[in-house]
Design a protein around this ligand. Structure first.
Ligand SMILES: O=P(O)(O)OC[C@H]1O[C@H](O[C@H]2O[C@H](CO)[C@@H](O)[C@H](O)[C@H]2O)[C@H](O)[C@@H](O)[C@@H]1O
Length: 271
């Protein structure tokens, strides 16, 4: 049995956080919901090259194998991209495109845009394509209901210009777009959902009695806002947050979810 009082290599996690995890691990049905980029996976220049840290992946697999425990990834990525970079078993629940696409326990991942939406995605692609083509190191990532305009490798000046031009040109052509700002990325979608709504859906779907959520970006704040008194939110990295705990980055998130797995394993063994 795992010694839950002195787990190895977790000395850097603050005691109040460890206490909250200890309490959470005892819940009857646990949902562990995790953002991908910047949380499980360190940021890299090429989004398709991003991978969860091996320690994070191991913890996800451990938690996913436990009784009364579900793991979900909740990402801004298109579902197809999330499936590819995460490489996790089908039993891990997946939310893509900030809640627009879902892969639950049955093949349920077709978002089925209507004709008007398909047309809007086409117009959006034309407008943003021109912006990306006209500014150095700015590129467009297609998603089923929109696009991400990436500026990670552009200069600060070019990045600012890209954001301003993209916002004004898209607003001139299309009403009611959903626009989200992330890390070196501006996302445009013809459908509007948030990670908070996705988390509520997952909570209901899994009948979770408590939730752990970890995320690093502005869009994860909607998920933190959806947490209740029995849940635990963990912010990865800098920036304002509604999460009740914070760690510096993905390696510490991996430590945290390994500890959660240790604690829950101990609890399961004690039952
Ligand atoms: O919700 P997430 O899982 O955090 O996804 C958010 C966006 O992640 C990807 O872009 C970000 O990560 C890339 C790889 O580290 C990085 O190159 C880029 O600068 C970041 O913005 C992804 O490409 C986007 O589609 C996601 O929305």
């Amino acid at each position: 049995m795992v010694d839950v009082d002195t787990p190895p290599n977790f000395s850097r996690l603050p005691e109040p956080f460890v206490g909250a995890l200890r309490e959470l691990a005892r819940t009857r049905r646990l949902l562990v919901a995790l953002d991908f980029d910047g949380t499980l996976a360190p940021e890299v220049d090429d989004p398709e090259a991003a991978r969860a840290l091996p320690e994070a992946r191991a913890a996800v697999l451990r938690l996913n194998a436990m009784p009364n425990t579900r793991v979900a990834l909740v990402s801004g990525r298109a579902l197809a991209s999330l499936i590819q970079v995460s490489g996790l078993p089908d039993s891990v629940l997946l939310v893509g495109s900030h809640g627009i696409e879902l892969r639950l326990d049955s093949p349920d991942d077709q978002i089925g845009l209507n004709t008007a939406e398909v047309k809007r995605v086409g117009v959006l692609g034309d407008v943003l394509g021109e912006v990306a083509d006209s500014i150095d190191q700015v590129w467009l990532e297609p998603k089923p209901a929109g696009f991400a305009l990436h500026t990670r490798l552009a200069t600060e000046h070019d990045s600012r210009i890209a954001h301003l031009v993209a916002l004004s040109e898209t607003a001139a052509e299309l009403d009611d777009l959903t626009v989200r700002e992330g890390k070196n990325v501006l996302e445009f979608s013809v459908r509007s959902t948030t990670k908070g709504e996705a988390l509520e859906h997952l909570r209901e779907y899994t009948k979770a009695t408590a939730v752990f959520y970890a995320g690093d970006d502005v869009t994860d704040e909607d998920a933190f806002a959806a947490l209740g008194a029995d849940d635990v939110g963990l912010k990865s990295g800098d920036g304002p947050t509604l999460a009740n705990f914070r760690v510096p980055g993905p390696i510490d998130v991996a430590r945290a979810i390994n500890l959660l797995a240790d604690l829950r394993e101990g609890d399961v063994h004690e039952q």
